[in-house]
Design a protein around this ligand. Structure first.
Ligand code: F6R
Length: 609
């Protein structure tokens, strides 16, 4: 999603802005731009497409020398991804970059148009530049102009605003979308996350919702939504200053898939005592699962599928009723929540707008709040009572992989903890399950040994129009995750189904052209899954069977390819079966030549609804 950087510096700022934008690339974007204060006015340079386009524009247009400026990577919402619609937007002295959506922009634009304003873009954001400029032209100071405009806006936003003729002033504001202040030595900064600010400073203040800030090189004044001065903590960010690189891999996604044995191991080490073979949440747990009558899990996309896997674990082992909902649905459906329930949100970025809204809904309705989050300084982390971190490290590929398996790791440990506390699991079972979890990294490594075979299978899937994924029980969400991975990065239409649901409709789609990926762990549902495989094979489907069973007696059904994975305790099957489906999607996309790390239309951190 869009990225913001603002710098009040002491050196020429153009390339510093671009460096920070480069660090925000992982969020997904389709155009970029900067505005730099110069003696002669503000120089604005924008380009459609990747940052290399913006870099060429800067080189070809005599580089700006000014020392203060703002920059933006845009993920289009209102108006196409063109140079004209790229930020910064301007009106008179005002230059603005915006993340989020101004929901009442049409009304505001009509009012301004009636007063004679002329708009250069199709964006909602330009309206804000015009409104501030309008207030300035009526004699308001920049800070009063911004304060008056903020009160008229509806929706979600983070802004950085530059004023031509004042190269020692930057105003920022946040409502809904994240924004942080970076504190430097005789310099100050604004950034949409700590990763953007990391090369500039590790001293960061996260603005709270409704806050806005007036920055000069020497001063930082923060106001709340009632325009009262407030003080907010300065923290030392752990965001790495190193530019995360691809190592020996061709794509970040490949690197992140390969990192899973390590990062799952690191995450596990936080939550289990391997000497005793038991889960150990130390002093962190602020509530007792015996007092919790219901667990409500909300998340989006891949994180939602992690929640769906967790439902099987919590219900089976802890006998705790679980509801899992897509955050964008949950937040508006006015779900009744009884006092004392536990709301668990799952989010890699910790900034997903719908998940954050679901968390706030649960807070208003008296729930305990827990979050499984990868970015410790994110808004969701800061607003939760209990933060259970995943230790996946920065996930740069837009399609989530290692964050997912780390989420599963935390959720598996939490389910065991809940089961032990509620007395529904004995010590021996805990030891067995923790032992199985400790073997995940080793088994994952074995799966990588077969990657070249998965690559060959992926080439056969790559030409398909539709692909179906089937799974049962705890691996039904893995079927949906496999389908999501494939469609995200290869643009092949794919759906994941509960294998038993097949004959209630989807089987009508099956013909010789449709590969069906069957996820068949050797568990108590194995024979039923194999029966479903036979049903599709009998109708000509090209079956790709992923299994840990040694012999599959398929009753004569023809299987195009079998991907064998190591036999392991069925408790950890979602960890292991998700690796081949990730690799299948990855190699299909590479074969098809798509932009694997930044697939079209997608953003890494979805900070708008
Ligand atoms: C899929 C993917 C998305 C995210 C979803 C939630 O590969 O990455 O579906 O899982 O947008 O994002 P977070 O976890 O940041 O809340």
């Amino acid at each position: 999603m869009c990225g913001i950087i603002g710098i009040l510096g002491n050196d020429p700022v153009a390339w510093r802005l671009v460096d920070s934008l480069r660090r925000l690339e992982y969020r997904g974007y389709d155009s970029a731009g900067i505005a730099v204060s110069e003696k002669a006015g503000v120089r604005r340079i924008r380009a459609q497409g990747k940052l290399s386009g913006l870099e060429s524009e800067i080189r070809n247009n005599s580089e700006p020398k000014g020392t203060s400026g703002i920059g933006h990577t845009r993920w289009a919402t209102h108006g196409g991804p063109t140079t004209r619609n790229a930020h910064p937007h301007k009106s008179g002295r005002v230059y603005i970059v915006h993340n989020g959506i101004i929901e009442n922009f049409k009304l505001l634009k009509d009012k301004l148009t009636a007063k004679g304003a002329e708009f250069q873009t199709d964006t909602d954001s330009e309206v804000v530049a015009h409104m501030i400029d309008d207030a300035l032209s009526q004699g308001a100071s920049p800070r009063d102009a911004v304060a008056s405009v903020l009160s008229k806006l509806e929706g979600a936003f983070a802004f950085a605003i530059l004023f031509a003729g004042d190269d020692d002033l930057l105003i920022g504001a946040r409502r809904g979308s994240p924004l942080a202040i970076g504190h430097g030595e005789g310099e100050n900064y604004l950034g949409s996350d700590a990763i953007a600010l990391a090369p500039l400073t590790n001293k960061v203040t996260y603005l709270e919702d409704g806050d806005w800030v007036v920055l000069t090189r020497q001063s930082v004044e923060i106001f709340n939504e009632d325009n009262q001065p407030v003080s907010r903590d300065v923290s030392f960010t752990q965001a790495t200053t190193m530019m995360v690189d691809k190592g020996r891999h061709k794509h970040f996604m490949a690197k992140e898939i390969a990192e899973q044995p390590d990062v799952v191991g690191h995450t596990l080490a936080e939550y289990v005592d391997l000497a005793e073979m038991k889960v150990d949440f130390g002093e962190r747990m602020p509530f007792d699962f015996n007092n919790i009558n219901r667990l409500t899990i909300t998340a989006c996309g891949t994180a939602f599928y992690a929640g769906q896997v967790a439902k099987y674990w919590f219900e089976k082992y802890a006998r705790l009723p679980v509801e899992v909902d897509i955050a964008s649905e949950f937040r508006y459906r006015e779900a009744p929540l009884s006092d004392g329930g536990l709301a668990l949100v799952i989010s890699q970025s910790g900034e997903t707008a719908d998940t954050l809204a679901a968390l706030r809904y649960c807070k208003q309705h008296g729930q305990h709040l827990a979050a499984v989050v990868n970015v410790p300084e994110s808004t969701i982390s800061r607003e939760s009572d209990l933060v259970l971190r995943t230790y996946a490290g920065p996930e740069i590929g837009v399609a989530s992989t290692k964050a997912f398996t780390c989420q599963l790791t935390v959720l598996a440990c939490l389910a065991i903890h809940a089961a032990r506390q509620r007395g529904t699991m004995d010590e021996a079972t805990e030891r067995r399950l923790v032992g199985a979890l400790s073997e995940v990294p080793r088994h994952m490594n074995t799966i990588f040994d077969g990657e070249s075979h998965i690559d060959q299978v992926a080439r056969q899937v790559a030409g398909a129009r539709d692909v179906m994924y089937l799974g049962r029980g705890v691996n039904f969400p893995i079927a949906m995750e496999g389908a999501l991975k494939l469609k995200e990065i290869s643009y092949i239409h794919a759906e994941g189904y509960a294998a038993g649901e097949l004959k209630h409709g989807p089987i009508a789609l099956i013909d010789e052209e449709v590969p069906v990926v069957v996820i068949a762990p050797k568990d108590e549902l194995f024979d039923k899954t194999v029966s479903n495989m036979e049903e599709v094979a009998a109708r000509g489907a090209k079956v790709v069977l992923i299994t840990d069973a040694k012999d599959v007696h398929s009753g004569g059904a023809s299987v195009l390819e079998t991907i064998n994975i190591p036999a392991a305790d069925s408790f950890i099957s979602p960890f292991l079966f998700c690796v081949p489906v990730q690799l299948l999607a990855y190699h299909a996309a590479v074969f098809m030549g798509t932009d694997v790390d930044q697939p079209r239309n997608l953003a890494k951190s979805v900070t708008v609804e």
